[in-house]
Design a protein around this ligand. Structure first.
Ligand SMILES: C[S@@+](CC[C@H](N)C(=O)[O-])C[C@H]1O[C@@H](n2cnc3c(N)ncnc32)[C@H](O)[C@@H]1O
Length: 386
C-alpha cells in the first residue's frame, strides 16, 4: 500500500511543529506578551473560552426565553427593578440576567431612567428572537436534549438507549425494533410534530426561494409532517397539487391543517410507514425535507429507493436538510447534529457528496446542489429519476 504523499508528510511535519508550540505553556505565555502575536493569542483564548462556556451561554438564553424577556423589551426598554417586579425575580438576579444577556448581545444598555437606573433594551441577537417561534421552540426543546448531554461519553459508547431524545423522536430506530413507527399514536408523534411545524417555515422559505416549484403538477412530500412545507409550496403556485406521506397520526394532523387552511381540494395526506408501505402514486416531484438525516445509511437508502419507485422516469427528487461540511457552518453538521442525532439514537448529518452517492445508488442521476440563502438552516439538492 502506498504511504502518505510528500505533500502530506510535509503537512504533518508542519502540524507537529505547530502543535509542539501551541501545547507549550511557555510559548502561549510569550505569545500573549509579544505585540505581534498578542491578537492571535487573545482570539484563541477567547475561542477556547467560548467552547468551555457555550452551555452556560445557552442557559442564559433559555432563562430569557422562559421569562419572555425579548417580547417584554420589544414593547419598551426596562430597568432591572421593572423586570424584577414583572417576573417575580429578586432585584440582584434580574440585574444579573440583564447584564449577562447584554454581554451576549441579547440585550443592550440604553442609558438611565429619571432615577438613575440603567435601562436595557433589545440587543441585536435579542431582536432576532422576537416573534421567532422557530428558534424559541428549539431553545425550549433543548431542555430535554441537555439531560442526555450530561454524559457525552455514555452517548458515544451507546450506553443511553433510553435517552430523552429517543423517547421524544419516537420513530427513531423503531423500524429495527418492536416499536413499529406505523403504530405510533398522536401522544408519541404530537410533540415532535409541533416542533417541526414551528421550525418548518424557516426551511420552506429557503427551499422554495431556491427551487421553482411552479414547474411541477403534483408534489409528494415524504415524511412531510403536518403539511407545513406542502402548504407553503401550494402558496407559491395555483396549479400545484400536493400529497403528504407520514405516520398515520401525523398524516391525520396534516389533513386537519389542510382543512383549516381551505386546502383539502388541493392537498391530501396519507398515513403509513415509508420503510414498508407503498407510497401514493402520481407525483412528478418527491421532496424529503429534514428526513434523511434522521436515518442510518441502510434505511436512508431504502427511503430514497421508495422515493424513486414513486416517481416516473424523469421525475424530480428535492432533498433539503442541514448538511455536514456546510461552508461557514461546519460545527452545525459535525458537532451539533453529530451529538443530537447520537442522542436520538439514529441518523447522521451527511455532506452533499455522500448524499449524491446515496441518490445515485437509489436510481437517481443529474444530481446537483442548489444554493439557499441560509445553508445553516437547509442545504438543498435536486436529482432526476433515472
Ligand atoms: C424530522 S421530521 C421532518 C418533518 C417535515 N418534513 C419537516 O421538515 O418539518 C421527520 C418526519 O418523518 C416522519 N417519519 C419518520 N419515520 C417515518 C416512517 N417510517 N414512515 C413515515 N414517516 C416517517 C416523522 O413522523 C416526521 O414527520
Amino acid at each position: 500500500m502506498a504511504g502518505p504523499s510528500l505533500a502530506l508528510r510535509w503537512r504533518d511535519r508542519w502540524s507537529t511543529q505547530r502543535d509542539r508550540l501551541l501545547t507549550s505553556a511557555r510559548f502561549r505565555d510569550a505569545a500573549s506578551r509579544f505585540a505581534a502575536t498578542r491578537p492571535v493569542a487573545r482570539k484563541r483564548a477567547r475561542d477556547l473560552f467560548d467552547l468551555v462556556a457555550g452551555f452556560v451561554y445557552s442557559q442564559w438564553l433559555a432563562a430569557c426565553v422562559e421569562l419572555k424577556l425579548f417580547d417584554r423589551l420589544a414593547r419598551a426598554p426596562m430597568t432591572a427593578a421593572q423586570l424584577a417586579m414583572e417576573s417575580r425575580l429578586p432585584l440582584p438576579a434580574a440585574l444579573r440576567l440583564l447584564e449577562a444577556a447584554a454581554s451576549l448581545d441579547l440585550t443592550e444598555r440604553r442609558g438611565q431612567d429619571s432615577t438613575g437606573e440603567t435601562r436595557f433594551g433589545l440587543g441585536p441577537l435579542g431582536a432576532a428572537m422576537v416573534g421567532n417561534t422557530a428558534v424559541i421552540a428549539m431553545v425550549e426543546h433543548h431542555r430535554a436534549l441537555y439531560t442526555d448531554l450530561a454524559d457525552p461519553l455514555a452517548l458515544l459508547r451507546g450506553e443511553r438507549p433510553n435517552s430523552e431524545m429517543s423517547r421524544y423522536w419516537a420513530y427513531a430506530g423503531g423500524h429495527a425494533q418492536d416499536r413499529a413507527p406505523g403504530t405510533l399514536q398522536d401522544a408519541a408523534t404530537g410533540p415532535y410534530s409541533a416542533l417541526m411545524s414551528a421550525t418548518q417555515p424557516l426551511v420552506a422559505g429557503q427551499v422554495l426561494d431556491a427551487y421553482r416549484i411552479d414547474r411541477h403538477q403534483r408534489l409528494l412530500d415524504l415524511g412531510g409532517g403536518e403539511g407545513v412545507f406542502a402548504a407553503a409550496a401550494l402558496a407559491r403556485t395555483d396549479k400545484l397539487q400536493a400529497m403528504v406521506f407520514d405516520l398515520p397520526s401525523v398524516a391525520d394532523a396534516a389533513n386537519a391543517r389542510f382543512a383549516s387552511l381551505g386546502l383539502s381540494q388541493r392537498a391530501q395526506a396519507f398515513g403509513g410507514d415509508f420503510h414498508r408501505d407503498p407510497l401514493p402514486p402520481g407525483a412528478d416531484i418527491v421532496s424529503l425535507v429534514r428526513v434523511l438525516y434522521d436515518h442510518d445509511d441502510e434505511p436512508a437508502l431504502g427511503i430514497l429507493k421508495a422515493a424513486r419507485r414513486a416517481l416516473p422516469a424523469g421525475g424530480t427528487l428535492l432533498l433539503a436538510e442541514p448538511m455536514a461540511g456546510t461552508a461557514g457552518a461546519e460545527p452545525m453538521g459535525a458537532a451539533y447534529f453529530g451529538m443530537y442525532l447520537m442522542a436520538m439514537g439514529s441518523g447522521r448529518s451527511r455532506g452533499a457528496p455522500e448524499l449524491a452517492a446515496l441518490m445515485r445508488r437509489a436510481g437517481f442521476d443529474a444530481v446537483r446542489e442548489l444554493h439557499t440563502a441560509l445553508p445553516l438552516q437547509a442545504g438543498l439538492m435536486v436529482a432526476r429519476a433515472a
